[in-house]
Design a protein around this ligand. Structure first.
Ligand code: ZN
Length: 372
């Protein structure tokens, strides 16, 4: 049987440029309407027991070429467990060398989180006691903007993920956070549900997710540069969520992402917003330190440079939400590579670790909720 590659499925992304026996030359397809690309996800069939060479030729022009050195692709035979594959980056070419054990192998930038799994998650969680479902509107492709609400308390907490659809670890994080928050036997979750009302958008960018995009929606727009002035034509996803935030107010917000280059888990805050208060800033630092104490997968040493006073980019959600509502607001970044402080040579950073991080973030929130 000859080997074949295909990607015409939910979130699939690859183009076959040339195939010669068990060696394939490939390209990642750019997000429709934009130049961004880095997410890939495809299926290899008919190659059981043979060493295969997969060469992604257009690595150098990707959104984050610094994401490739030290990176390993994820492969799965059962679509449940995603292991690191032998991967090399040289001269702009990312070469992946798997030897499939069976005649179907799945290869991806990171453990995928399909829209079908998203629907499973929303169906499962929204059926639990005390959880209510609300559609905040429609995307450009006509998908619902799903929002789950739970808790009875006065503090307004917003959690939202996957503005950048290729950052699938963000929705794995959501699964961990939602499972903890809806666990009837979890004392921190019970206390949080008394103190706060949670508004949770597990996927901010369903269209980009289904289309196999890295960074943009169906119009090729980066949603995390739209928060100052979202429009129905370019960014209805942001408009729908921000309008609902205007109705509820926001005391605490977390925007969940993945970072291509930095091999650590970290948060970025809202330094530099015009309406900055020292109390808001102090609570952000408290939260960060609390999370670092609770999880060896989180740290505060490595991360992004901090904005100077008055120089915050208000097109980004974390800054806009902190400035607009006075919220303690942050962007959580998890790696595509691994946490170099606690590496796992078999799985790297994984769906499972992202879920644990989601649960740990909820635990840390319990420690500071009384001060918000
Ligand atoms: Zn991102």
């Amino acid at each position: 049987m000859s080997a074949r590659i295909s990607a015409d499925f939910d979130a699939g992304n690859i183009r076959v440029v040339a195939a010669q026996g068990d060696r394939f030359d490939l390209e990642i397809v750019a997000d429709g309407g934009s130049d961004f690309y880095q997410w890939f996800y495809f299926r290899l069939t008919g190659a059981a027991g043979r060493p295969i060479e997969l060469r992604i030729l257009n690595g150098a022009g990707s959104a984050y070429p610094l994401g490739w050195p030290g990176y390993s692709a994820r492969i799965s035979a059962d679509r449940v467990h995603w292991r690191l594959a032998e991967t090399e980056y040289r001269d702009g070419v990312l070469t992946i060398r798997p030897t499939p054990e069976s005649d179907t192998l799945w290869i991806a930038y990171f453990a995928p989180y399909s829209m079908e799994r998203h629907h499973d998650l929303v169906a499962r969680i929204s059926a639990r006691p005390g959880v209510s479902y609300r559609s905040l509107g429609l995307t450009l492709d006509g998908q619902e903007m799903d929002c789950l609400t739970l808790g009875e308390g006065g503090k307004q907490v917003w959690l939202y993920a996957r503005q950048h659809p290729g950052e699938t670890m963000a929705e794995w994080w959501m699964e961990g956070a939602l499972e903890k928050l809806t666990d009837p036997h979890d004392p921190a979750a019970r206390a949080l549900r008394r103190a706060a009302t949670f508004h949770i958008v597990p996927n901010m960018n369903p269209d980009g997710s289904r289309r196999g995009h890295l960074r943009t929606n169906a119009a090729g727009v980066n949603l995390n540069r739209e928060w100052h002035a979202p429009t129905p034509e370019r960014s209805p996803e942001v408009l729908a969520v921000r309008n609902r935030m205007d109705e509820t107010g926001v005391d605490f917000a977390m925007d969940v992402h993945g970072d291509e280059a930095i091999p650590y888990v970290f948060v970025a805050g809202f330094e530099g917003i015009p309406n900055w208060t020292d109390q808001q800033g102090a609570l952000y630092l408290r939260y960060r330190e609390t999370l670092a104490r609770r999880s060896p997968d989180f740290q505060i040493e490595h991360g992004y440079a901090v904005a100077r006073p008055g120089s915050a980019n208000l097109t980004m959600s974390t800054n806009q939400v902190a400035n607009r509502f006075g919220a303690v607001s942050m962007t959580l970044e998890m790696p595509f590579k691994d946490n170099d402080g606690l590496p796992d040579p078999e799985f790297g950073w994984s769906a499972e670790r992202s879920m644990r991080m989601g649960a740990d973030c909820i635990g840390a929130l319990h420690e500071i909720i009384g001060e918000l």
